[in-house]
Structures are given as structure tokens and as C-alpha cells.
Unconditional design. Structure first.
Length: 367
């Protein structure tokens, strides 16, 4: 079976997820995976750039997006011809983006079913992409199967009546791997290192983190780095003024992420809500501890990991979790990677392929 995995974002986790899914599917016997990324995808210029079988010109501005929409009939015809040459049996959208309906139309012209992987059922506070959510819902309604990455997201999709029950499945996001396994945490000989990494948005609980750090009283030294991109806000200003805290409001390139995670002893996720996290499994795959609030799909991801601590999303519980980790950190030798990330990705690929329409007869279109 030939699977086309596509994701047409330019930065962030989407292109990396698509590349990881394509690699995982190649580990499944009898499966050939093709990859389609935006020509502007940051990952294509990274040290470990994946091979892209179907590069697609997206856009670099709002005007560019509108221009692509105006050209929809022409683009779909051209894309259909390119797909006909690749002969995919099914298309898998790894993370919805704004132009995915063009791929959907091209797949329909080639009589190939479509699977959509859904990360979020709702917009998070401060996440200003209403057009993308509108288009994602249109895409889901037309999909042949929908994969939710947590039961939390699947439950919301059922409540919204966006997907027929027989077309909705739940799979869990395996860990991203950003280079070789770093030295164990808590072995560097310095203060305990805490890291908040990701988009700096309201729902990520920066206010909870600021209040918890302000209330933190510990015997031992520690340092906290907050690294990611987002709008400047009162919470970031407060965090900058706290001793032991540094704030780096910037985009983190692909090639720096592995070093950033390796620097830490524990990743802190003080979220007020969450569908799931890509940072959490990446941290555990790198042998790092995770201190997370018990919200949304995070509990599903982390409840069985010995390297994760879950606490309620309030200042008192988060403060206590941070203090316990700093004053009584786990022994470094207990920091182990419980699951081989490659095997986790292969298992996810096998489960996803089992949900693909027509998987039992991979030659149904070309016989």
C-alpha cells in the first residue's frame, strides 16, 4: 500500500510529525510511504532534512494565501496530475493547515480516501487561528477516517457531531526524537534545571508558573528557563523579574530543540488546558522528567510514565510539585527511557494503517 503523508505548515511540530509518520510507515511490511511538505518548511533546511516526494508551494503572507485560494481550480488540476504520477492509495493529513482542502479535492480526483489526524478540537485561549479551525472542521466532515490524538479530543469531536462514530479512532502521539540520547538528568553538577518550552500563550499557564515560582521556597538552588515564542504579556514580565528565571521569547529552530531539552533536568508544563503535548513525550524520550498539570489529554499521555509528576492546575499544587523535585530530586540512575521511540512510532503506524479505508485490499484502485 502506498500512503501519502502531507503537512503544509512551514514551522513548528507539523512538518516534523509528518516526516516521523512517513518514516514509521516505512517500517511496516508491505507499506510504501510518500511525504509532501511545504517548500518553505523549516525542517527541509535542518541538519536531518527528510526526503520530500511532493513539495508544494504554499504562501508566506495573508495575500499569498488569498492568491492561492483564487487559483484553486488550476492548483487542484496540477496537484491531481502530480498525485496520479505518485499513485497513492490513501492520503494522511498529519496536522491540518489552511490549504488542505486543495489536497482533499486532488485526492478525490484520484479516487484515494483521506485520513485526518486531529490534534485540537477547539481553539485554545490566545490561539488566534479561527480560519484554520473552520477549515479543519470542513476537512474532518469530508474525511474517510479521523484520528484523534487523545480521548479528550475524541470526546469533544463527538460532542460537536463533526465525525461519525465509526470513522473516529484514538491513537497516542509517540515521542519526537531530537538527536542522540543525552546524558542523564541531574548529573551536570549544578543547580536543578527546569525548562518551560513551547508557544508562550495564555492557556499554557504562564500565570500559574509565575505565581508558583514566586511562592517557591527551597533548600537547594535551581534555575528555570522559559523558551518559546509568543506575544509579550504581564506574566512574562513578572517571570523576568523573578530570581533564577530567564525568559527567551524567540522562535527555536529545529536544530536547537535537542540541545535545549538536553540542557534540562525536568520539563514543566503548567497548562490550564491541553489537548495533548508534543513536548512531554519528547522530554521522556530524552530521559527528562516532566512536571505537568492534570488537564485535558496530558493525563492520558503521562499517567503511566514513572518520569512524570501530575498535579492539579492551581498554584499550591504546582508549587509543591516543583519544591519536591528541587529539594528531593530522583536519583539520576532512575531516569530511563521506558519505550524505544522507533518502536512506539512503528506501533502507531500499524494501528493507523489498520484504520485506513481499503487497507485489507491495498490494490483496490490499481488492479
Amino acid at each position: 500500500m502506498r500512503i501519502l503523508v502531507w503537512q503544509w505548515g512551514r514551522r513548528g511540530a507539523g512538518p516534523r510529525l509528518a516526516a516521523a509518520m512517513a518514516d514509521a510507515m516505512r517500517m511496516v511490511p508491505g507499506t510504501e510511504a510518500l511525504l509532501s511538505l511545504s517548500t518553505g518548511a523549516e525542517i527541509l533546511r535542518s541538519r536531518m532534512a527528510p526526503a520530500c516526494d511532493l513539495p508544494f508551494d504554499t504562501y508566506g503572507s495573508s495575500w499569498g494565501f488569498l492568491n492561492r485560494l483564487v487559483q484553486t481550480p488550476l492548483i487542484v488540476r496540477r496537484l491531481s496530475r502530480r498525485l496520479a504520477a505518485l499513485r497513492p492509495d490513501v492520503g494522511v493529513c498529519a496536522l491540518p493547515a489552511l490549504l488542505d482542502l486543495l489536497m482533499m479535492l486532488a485526492l478525490r480526483r484520484n479516487r484515494a480516501p483521506m485520513v485526518v489526524v486531529v490534534h485540537d478540537a477547539d481553539l485554545h485561549p490566545g490561539d488566534g487561528r479561527p480560519a484554520q479551525m473552520f477549515l479543519q472542521r470542513r476537512l474532518m466532515r469530508r474525511a474517510d477516517a479521523v484520528i484523534a490524538l487523545s480521548h479528550h479530543v475524541a470526546s469533544r469531536l463527538r460532542e460537536q457531531h463533526l465525525v461519525d462514530a465509526e470513522k473516529l479512532f484514538v491513537l497516542f502521539l509517540p515521542p519526537f526524537v531530537f538527536g542522540p540520547l543525552p546524558p542523564p538528568p541531574l548529573t551536570h553538577g549544578g543547580p536543578v534545571r527546569l525548562l518551560f518550552f513551547g508557544r508562550l500563550l495564555q492557556y499554557k499557564g504562564l500565570d500559574l508558573l509565575a505565581a508558583a515560582v514566586r511562592a517557591l521556597r527551597t533548600r537547594d538552588p535551581w534555575e528555570l528557563r522559559i523558551v518559546g515564542s509568543g506575544p509579550e504579556c504581564e506574566e512574562l514580565a513578572t517571570l523576568r523579574g523573578l530570581p533564577g528565571v530567564t525568559v527567551e521569547n524567540r522562535w527555536v529552530p529545529e536544530d536547537e530543540i535537542g540541545e535545549l531539552i538536553a540542557w534540562s533536568d525536568a520539563i514543566v508544563l503548567p497548562y490550564r488546558e491541553a489537548s495533548q503535548s508534543g513536548v512531554a513525550p519528547a522530554a521522556i524520550a530524552a530521559g527528562r522528567y516532566v512536571i505537568s498539570t492534570h488537564v485535558g489529554g496530558l493525563a492520558e499521555q503521562l499517567c503511566h510514565s514513572p518520569m512524570a509528576t501530575l498535579c492539579e492546575p492551581n498554584v499550591g499544587c504546582l508549587t509543591a510539585a516543583l519544591r519536591d523535585f528541587i529539594d528531593a530530586p530522583p536519583e539520576a540512575r532512575s531516569a530511563i527511557v521506558p519505550v524505544d521511540p522507533r518502536l512506539a512510532w512503528r506501533d502507531m503506524a500499524q494501528q493507523l494503517l489498520a484504520k485506513v479505508p481499503g487497507h485489507a485490499d491495498p490494490h483496490h484502485r490499481h488492479s
